[in-house]
Each structure stands twice: as C-alpha cells, then as structure tokens.
Design a protein around this ligand. Structure first.
Ligand code: SF4
Length: 341
C-alpha cells in the first residue's frame, strides 16, 4: 500500500486515521488525494476546515476529519511541524488514541509499542485462546500486556512486526471466515488447536442497532438551496446539509409559513451508520420571495445560508447530500432514482 513505502510520520498518521473505519481500497484513493492537496502537515494545518471536510466527503465518520485538521494545527503550533516520537506525547494530540500512537511510534521511530486495535485484539485472543470477557477493562489490559511482551527486542524489527500483525488481522485472521489453512500460525494457534477461532474473542457487550428518523428539509429559492452548517459534534458534525428536523419542528415551521400545500415529499433514504440506521425523509419546498428574509429568524435552520447552483460541490458536505443534489439536478424525475431506495 502507498503508506507502506516510507516511514514518514505524517503519512503513517494520515493512513492510520483513514483506515480506522474504512476499507483499504477506499482509504488508498483518499490517501492519494489528500497527499496531492496537502503534501505535509504544514499544508494541512494551513487549510480551512471546510477544505478538509470537503476532501473527506464520502469517507464518513467526519469527526476523524475535524480531529485530523485540529491535530495538524497542534503539531505545527506545539511541536514545530514534527510529530513527537513518544506514545505519551502522541496521545495528547486530537484524534490520536493509544493504537494510532503506537503505530506511529513503532513504524516511524522504532519504539517497542504494540498496536492494539480491533484486528490485533482478535488475532491475539485467538493465538492465546484468551477467553476472558473483553467487555471488562481489566481483561482488555491483560490481553494488551500479552501483546506487549511479544514485541521484538530489536527496534529495527518493530515496523515489520507491527505491519505483520495488522495484515494478519486484516487479511487472514478475519472476524467471520479466518483462513487458518494459509495462516503461518496454524500449528501454534491455541484457538485453532482447541475450541476454534470463532470462540474468540469473548465480548459480552452487545451493540444494538438504533433507528433514527428525521425530516430532511430541502428549501429552494430561484435555483438556490438552503444549507445549514451542522454543529461540530454529532452526526455529520461540522458539515453542510439541508436541515434535519424532528416531526414537531417541521410541523411548527410548516404552519408558520403555510407550506402545507407546497411541500413535496420524496421517498425515504436510509443512511446506514455503524450502530444506527438513519431514515431521512426528504421534504422539498420552493420558498416564496417574501418568506426568504424571515428564514434567518428560525433558530432550527441556523446557522445557514443560500447556496447557488453547484457551489455545494466546493463545500464540506456528506456523500448522501451530494448524491441527492445530483439526483435533483439530473434530467430524470427525482423519484425515479433516489439514493438509498
Ligand atoms: Fe487466526 Fe486461524 Fe491463524 Fe489462529 S490459525 S491466528 S485463528 S487465522
């Protein structure tokens, strides 16, 4: 992969953040795009947040992009544009957790720090047939200690050890269908020799999927669309989108502006997140001239502004919004090809 060709801390950090919730093939495309635009941490720090979010659009989990930007700025202001070498300092930077810090320290500075992400936890639990419940912090610490004592004594071996562990988890010892037949640890793996890989890791914490329903208010006026800048935290944090409201908020607005007869409802779009299904119900309304000024007084729509033509293409917007814009501007009728149907 492109980030494996050198041990530059900026590149390793960028790839680690992108790979946290994204498939390798997708991350590789974004990685190249980011490096073209921001070849080093100084360029990234100097960019506007909107530029960074715009380039990240489509990768999801936008808090990663906000942290990426904030981290770049701190690396420049606190450390003169050079990433610190110790895990203790790396974890003080925004968006860098223990595993990412260990990856940077091990890959770039040869530190004897074991990464401990989901892949590594699974591989380690299987190799050792570690059957304690990982939903308990104490057990997780014990497993981490086991990985830590397995690190090579020579710093020069750390990059290969770290990469090997990550690749094993990502390509061979996968969650659902581990390929034990081609695994170099087949003979020594306690899980394979015993209860089988599927028995590990043990984790009693069950994450239930949650359903969220929102009214998605697409206001237009003479070819412009109203976009709201979403709060920094939460879904699509910091990005621009047509406002998402609950049913009561929409009812109040509809009555205030007498939109009942102008509102056009389009089919629901299901936006799948890690532990949530977000059902967005698009409501399209052409705003009259005399209503336009009054919108600025509606707290539920602020902060926001009218966006003309295809200006949205240069803004930080989620992929679902750009997909919907494309559908609305396509020659065929919107209801024929809505994303998520
Ligand atoms: Fe994973 Fe199977 Fe290899 Fe054990 S032998 S580490 S379970 S792929």
């Amino acid at each position: 992969m492109p980030w494996q060709t050198d041990r530059n801390a900026y590149r390793v950090w960028l790839s680690e953040v992108m790979l946290q919730q994204t498939q390798v093939a997708t991350a590789a495309t974004y990685y190249r795009r980011f490096l073209e635009r921001f070849p080093d941490v100084v360029h990234l720090a100097a960019a506007s947040q909107d530029d960074v979010l715009g380039l990240w659009s489509g990768l999801g989990y936008y808090s990663r992009a906000r942290n990426l930007h904030a981290c770049a700025r701190e690396v420049v202001t606190r450390f003169g544009g050079r990433f610190p070498e110790s895990v203790a300092l790396l974890v003080t930077l925004p968006g860098i957790g223990p595993s990412t810090a260990a990856a940077i320290a091990a890959f770039c500075f040869g530190a004897r720090e074991a990464i401990f992400d989901g892949n590594v936890k699974r591989v380690a639990a299987r190799l050792a047939a570690f059957n304690a419940d990982l939903s308990k912090a104490r057990n997780e610490r014990d497993l981490q200690a086991l990985v830590q004592v397995s690190t090579p004594t020579s710093a020069a071996d750390m990059p290969a050890f770290t990469q090997g562990l990550m690749d094993l988890g990502a390509t061979v010892c996968t969650p659902r269908a581990p390929k034990c037949g081609v695994c170099p640890f087949e003979r020594d793996c306690a899980a394979f020799q015993g209860a089988g890989p599927q028995a590990y890791p043990v984790n009693s914490r069950k994450l239930l999927r949650k359903r969220i329903d929102s009214e998605w208010l697409w206001l237009s006026h003479q070819g412009m669309t109203w976009l709201q800048n979403r709060p920094a935290s939460g879904l699509w944090g910091g990005l621009w989108s047509p406002p998402t409201l609950d049913g009561l908020q929409l009812t109040v607005l509809t009555q205030r502006f007498d939109w009942q007869h102008r509102a056009v409802r389009l089919p629901t779009i299901k936006h799948v997140l890690t532990h949530r299904d977000w059902h967005l119900n698009p409501v399209c309304i052409e705003v009259a001239d005399e209503e336009r000024e009054a919108l600025a007084d509606v707290p539920d729509l602020m902060p926001g502004r009218w966006v003309a033509g295809d200006e949205w293409r240069r803004m930080g917007i989620p992929a679902a919004v750009s997909a919907f814009f494309k559908v609305l501007s396509a020659p065929l009728s919107a209801s024929e090809a809505l994303p998520g149907r």
